[in-house]
Structure formats: structure tokens, C-alpha cells
Design a protein around this ligand. Structure first.
Ligand code: KG4
Ligand code: ZN
Length: 341
């Protein structure tokens, strides 16, 4: 028996499941929610040819893969099922059919072993990735969540309670990147595709609007950016588009990064917070990470951005959130339901 195996067998763990969108995820997390022993993510490639996530296809793929993903999470962690102390699962928000697959599986696992079940909000999960990244981190801090479905700023208090400070009035940042990438004829998901296309681009070649730049509140807007790209593309023929693609992608990406950075720093200013957490799929973006590292260092604010694999959807973050969340005792959770919003 390996040293890890001995250690893992001694303690109980949290088994977490996440199926809110197009990633089938399971993870094993230590009971204090500060360390992931495994984190398995199966990203569904079925959606690529549609240029976006198809809800029915996502649910079906979760159904087919979730058992295998859970087994793999336990075997990667070298932990038997009887060491699981609580089962955690994302219950909202997300695609309802996709969420239901994870919730049904989690209920089944918990019920069969008479374990408590912890329902987790996906957005709280994204923020909790920071507790895995910096095991000493304690709130209060300001958190920016930028994902495919959400873009919002929160203040997080000592009890980990999240209070909304501002949010997008239209598209989410990830959605703006996904839609922009589609207009530019790039792949899905759009965020990484735009970054790849932007590699040799000159961001100053094009001027894109930064949403609500001059407004003093903490809301975001990305619809003007999208419209601006549409008009620029309408004025180009195919040859010009091919030539200008790296510059357009680079300027578009820079405008999204500027909008996010500007409002986050404004929140730091208003809330006088010593630390900020940035989470969600868009936080995997290299330009955003570099920009925020530079700007936060300048003003002496501690910045916690999880590694890219903990920014995009995963179950380790759900386990981390579950460590301090209320568990529903056996068998009360049988009537628990998923919610899309
Ligand atoms: O958090 P996430 O995995 O799923 C949701 O909860 O929505 O975020 C997915 C979003 C997509 O819009 C995707 O384009 C974006 O995150 N994304 C990125 C990067 N990786 C994923 N955006 C910019 N740069 C990336 N490297
Ligand atoms: Zn997410």
C-alpha cells in the first residue's frame, strides 16, 4: 500500500458531482474543502459542430458518462466509496436537464449509503475554487465571477455569504467571447479560440467599446461590443477578414478584459478590500490573468485566481463549497430538486 493510500484510507472525504452545463465532473475533496484528491472533468465535444451547447445532447452525454467519471474520481483519489462522508452536487443554476442527471446520481449514491447530501449553488462553487487555490484564504474579499452564463461582482463576508454588487445587464463575458468567436468563424468554446487567433494580433488596430466604461456603478454590458464587431465584419470581404482576423480577435479580447478589470478595480476601491478572487471559465484567460496581476500588484491588493483547470467547470470547486455548506440529512433530500435559475 502506498503512503498516499494509507493516508487517504484514514480519513473521510467529500464526493462532489457537477453537471450543470457541458462538462461531466466528479471529484474527491478533503473534508475541510481545502484540497482536492482528484478532479475528473469530461468535456463534451459533441457540441462543437453546433457552435454552442445543445441542452438535450448535454443531458444525454452526462447520463452516459457520469458513472464512469465518478468511478474514476474515486480511483484517482485512491479512496473507496465507504470513506465518503457526504455527497455534494450542483443543484442550480444551469441547464435543467443536465443538472437533473447529477442530482439524481448524487441522491442515489447518498441514499444507498445513508449519507447526507449537500446541495451547492454553481456560482458559490466557482468562488470556492479559491479556497483550494489558497488553503489559508478566509473572507472577506470581493469576487468576480466571469463565465459563459454569468458575469457578476460580489462581496463575500466572514460567513462566506455572497452579496451581489453588480452584474451584466445583457450578455455574460464568456457569452460575448463565444458569440464573437462564432462571428469570426472560430471554434467553440470561443474564449480559448479567440485567444489563439489573437496571438499575433495588434489590439490597438481596432477600437471596440468597453461597456459602461464611464458609469460609476459595478454593472457590466457586452452587447455594444458584439454589435461593434458585427458592423466591422459587415464592412469587410472574406480576404480582408482573413488578413485582419488576429487584430480583430486581439482587440475584441482586450475589450472584454478591460471591461472586467476596470469594474473589479472599481469594486476594490469602493469596498476597500484587501483581497480579490476571480473565478469562472473566463478567469482562465491569460491576458486577463496578466492584466489583473499587474494592476492588483500596483495597488497592493492580493489577487487569487485559481489555476485554469479550477476556473472552468469542475467538481472540486463544488466539494470545496460543500465543506462549509448545510448538508441535508438522510433521507430528507429525496424530494430535493434542481433549478435552472
Ligand atoms: O465556468 P465555465 O466553464 O462554464 C459556465 O459556468 O458557463 O465558463 C465557460 C466560459 C465559456 O464562455 C468559454 O468561452 C470561457 O468560459 N472560457 C474562456 C477561456 N476558457 C474558457 N474565456 C477566455 N479565455 C479562456 N482561456
Ligand atoms: Zn461555471
Amino acid at each position: 500500500m502506498t503512503a498516499c493510500r494509507e493516508q487517504c484510507y484514514k480519513q473521510t472525504v467529500i464526493l462532489a458531482i457537477e453537471t450543470s452545463c457541458d462538462d461531466t465532473c466528479a471529484a474527491v475533496v478533503e473534508p475541510d474543502g481545502r484540497k482536492a484528491l482528484s478532479n475528473v472533468v469530461h468535456t463534451q465535444t459533441e457540441h462543437e459542430r453546433y457552435g454552442g451547447v445543445v441542452p438535450e445532447v448535454a443531458s444525454r452525454a452526462h447520463l452516459e458518462r457520469l458513472d464512469g467519471v465518478v468511478e474514476r474520481a474515486l480511483s484517482d483519489a485512491d479512496v473507496p466509496l465507504d470513506k465518503v462522508r457526504r455527497v455534494a452536487v450542483t443543484v442550480r443554476p444551469g441547464l435543467i436537464g443536465a443538472l437533473l442527471v447529477g442530482v439524481a446520481a448524487a441522491k442515489g449514491l447518498a441514499y444507498a449509503r445513508r449519507l447526507p447530501l449537500v446541495p451547492v449553488n454553481h456560482l458559490e462553487g466557482h468562488v470556492a475554487a479559491a479556497y483550494l487555490t489558497d488553503p489559508g484564504l478566509e473572507p472577506p474579499f470581493v469576487a468576480l465571477i466571469a463565465s459563459g452564463g454569468h458575469t457578476a461582482l460580489y462581496s463575500v463576508d466572514q460567513n462566506r455569504k455572497m452579496c451581489l454588487l453588480g452584474e451584466t445587464l445583457d450578455d455574460a463575458a464568456g457569452e460575448a467571447l463565444d458569440k464573437g468567436a462564432r462571428m469570426l468563424g472560430l471554434g467553440f468554446p470561443g474564449g480559448p479560440a479567440i485567444s489563439r487567433a489573437a496571438r499575433d494580433g495588434d489590439a490597438d488596430r481596432y477600437d471596440f467599446p468597453v461597456g459602461l466604461k464611464r458609469k460609476d456603478d459595478l454593472d457590466f454590458s457586452f452587447s455594444g461590443l458584439k454589435t461593434s464587431l458585427l458592423y466591422k465584419l459587415k464592412a469587410m470581404n472574406e480576404e480582408q477578414l482573413n488578413e485582419e482576423l488576429p487584430h480583430l480577435a486581439s482587440a475584441y479580447e482586450a475589450a472584454v478584459v478591460e471591461a472586467l478589470s476596470r469594474k473589479l478595480l472599481r469594486a476594490v476601491d469602493l469596498h476597500d478590500t484587501p483581497a480579490v478572487v476571480v473565478a469562472g471559465g473566463v478567469a482562465a484567460n491569460t491576458l486577463l490573468r496578466h492584466t489583473l496581476q499587474e494592476r492588483c500588484a500596483k495597488i497592493g491588493t492580493t489577487l487569487i485566481i485559481p489555476p485554469p483547470e479550477l476556473c472552468t467547470d469542475n467538481a472540486a470547486m463544488i466539494g470545496a463549497a460543500a465543506a462549509r455548506a448545510r448538508a441535508v440529512p438522510y433521507p430528507e433530500y429525496l424530494s430535493l430538486n434542481a433549478r435552472g435559475v
